[in-house]
Design a protein around this ligand. Structure first.
Ligand SMILES: *[C@@H]1O[C@H](CO)[C@@H](O)[C@H](O)[C@H]1NC(C)=O
Length: 287
């Protein structure tokens, strides 16, 4: 009897260990590359006709403006930004206070805009494939509602970035951008870059690197603060950026997320922030 119980406990422990192992870091870099490549090709909402004008090469640390013109030279705004996921993303961009230290508060209308954005992206093949992949890997459950809840927690729940004030969230940091006393932090989305450039709030100062597929390292000032190296993918849909960052955050949290898309190597980095309890995305960017 006693022996049986012991071996049963051993078996349970083994199964537990196994499921922990499966739920953690199960996807190899090759599997990740296959998945990310298939995701890239599913991005029917991409804005691949967007053109950039790189102009001069900037070195991080230099204060010289190496670009007199804007980075985005040709974007068919009306064509792309009326699409459901772009339109829903753009609604969210003015919901945040970019100043670090100033508390974030959302109202009912802004909460509703988050719901509409999550609804819009959940209808895309990109997000559906992402949920399937994460389910296979053991990171999310079977229901779409569960995935929605997870995305909300990771990207939209407010947390304190440095001090005690809930002044930030993953979405604000990555898709909108923030400022601290001396510089721009976060800001890794091309749509926000282009819109802020159009409004005259952002001055592009030159590129640091340009890689396939559609990946840039740039230098710019935003609202008079400097970003000496700001990286992002461009011409990607909102759902593709969110999907790629979410997959890296769940499978390669606090590590380099290395994979290739059509043979082009990409490295993303995502970090967890545990301030305020729970898992939230602190940042996510192209390395
Ligand atoms: C990007 O969009 C264009 C135009 O809609 C489409 O032809 C192309 O297949 C898309 N690319 C990918 C990788 O989905």
């Amino acid at each position: 009897m006693a022996v049986d119980r012991l071996s049963m406990a051993g078996g349970l422990k083994f199964m537990l260990l196994l499921s922990v192992a499966i739920g953690c870091d199960a996807a190899s870099n090759a599997e990740l590359s296959d998945f990310m490549t298939s995701l890239w090709h599913s991005d029917v909402n991409n804005a691949s006709s967007v053109r950039v004008n790189l102009q001069g090469h900037a070195s991080s640390g230099s204060a010289t403006d190496h670009a007199t013109g804007p980075l985005f030279s040709s974007v068919n705004d009306q064509y792309y930004f009326s699409r459901p996921t772009y339109a829903a993303l753009i609604q969210l961009l003015d919901n945040y206070n970019h100043v670090i230290g100033d508390a974030e508060r959302s109202n009912q209308n802004e909460d509703h805009e988050v719901t509409l954005f999550l609804e819009a992206i959940s209808k895309t093949t990109v997000m559906q494939k992402t949920q399937q992949f994460l389910k296979q890997q053991g990171y999310v459950g079977v229901s779409l509602a569960e995935f929605d809840t997870l995305l909300r927690q990771i990207w939209f729940e407010f947390y304190p970035r440095h001090g005690q004030t809930r002044d930030s969230c993953g979405f604000e940091h990555v898709f909108v951008g923030e400022t601290d006393t001396s510089e721009v932090i976060g800001f890794h989305n091309w749509i926000q870059f282009h819109l802020q450039e159009q409004k005259g709030n952002l001055d592009y100062r030159g590129y640091i690197f340009s890689k396939q597929p559609r990946t840039l390292g740039t230098q710019f000032t935003w609202l008079s603060k400097t970003k000496s190296l700001g990286t992002f993918m461009y011409g990607t849909s909102p759902e593709l950026d969110m999907a790629m960052f979410t997959v890296c955050y769940l499978t390669r949290r606090n590590q380099l997320c290395s994979f290739s898309v059509d043979g082009h190597p990409i490295q993303l980095k995502t970090f967890d922030i545990t301030n305020g309890g729970g898992h939230h995305l602190g940042t996510a960017y192209v390395n």
